[in-house]
Design a binder for this molecule. Sequence first.
Ligand SMILES: [Cu+2]
Length: 94
Amino acid sequence: MDLPQHSQATNGVTLAITGMTCSGCVNAVTRALSRVPGVTDVCVDLDAGRAQVSGNASPQNLVSAVEKAGYGAEPVQGETAEKEGRHGRGGCCG
Ligand SMILES: [Cu+2]
């Protein structure tokens, strides 16, 4: 996939996660992403199927970490939580 040039060193990457069905999956994905070098914070939204990753980790590393955990992941470009229309409340995003 072709990533825009700004995707490498921003302070946040959004991933579309597939395969998550419960909070156990959220934990597994969160843990996998947290282990990627450069990641400072991870927020996984089960309902939206999205993971917000803070830090300067490369999207490719994030994707492969999720895939190793048994799920699917794809970087989402140009999408913010705002655009989803609602911000998850009470989740790990606080
Ligand atoms: Cu699960």
